[in-house]
Design a protein around this ligand. Sequence first.
Ligand code: 5RP
Length: 236
Amino acid sequence: MSEQDPVTLMKQYVGKAAADRVTSGMIVGLGTGSTTAYAIQYIGERLKTGDLKDIKGIPTSFQSTVLAKKYGIPLTTLDEVDRIDIAIDGADEVDPQKNLIKGGGAAHTREKIVDSLAEVFIVVVDSSKLVDQLGSTFLLPVEVMPLAMTPVMKALEKLGGKPTLRMGVKKAGPVVTDQGNLVIDVKFDAIDNPADLEKEINNIPGVLENGLFVGVADIILVGEVVNQEAKVREIS
Ligand code: 5RP
């Protein structure tokens, strides 16, 4: 195996495997995060060599917009298309039913819109993201309008969560989403019923969207290292 850090290698492998599923003429949802960034890069490389033609991307964040432009992927919007053929996106946790927690990059609201509309939604993760139960390793992100921050936190506590406001790194104050909102990360001891919790949280006034993606993913591509060799395993 190459000298490269194994996690980076796994991300590159799944990113490439997902980019290989894109065919000419497709409208492609472009997710957010460090793993999807490799998929965007490889899609751009395939366009450059002529292996891929006439595709259009729908970005899910400022990050994916910038990367798509950097790698020469033409962009479009939901107003201009009648379908999304495929979406490629990362995740923070994946359970055995292919339910997800997303939002580590604070982009889950736009990601859920784009990923849910796709005919095929491919999730790209390294093996550390697979869990038996959602909420085991990652806090659940909730995007909230700034004026509703305090009442939403109280409502999340009533649902059994321990909420904290996500703070910026190399920026004083809270993380502000691409939509100008805040993110509350919530610790739940166990998420027994992700489908019910997803609806309950979204029903709190002031909440835009939470990071539970239930029944949205079609295919999970998992990058793993087996016998010191990086491989991609498909869960479908
Ligand atoms: C952004 C996301 C990302 O897809 C998720 O955080 C995974 O990112 P990475 O591939 O960097 O681990 O949901 O909101």
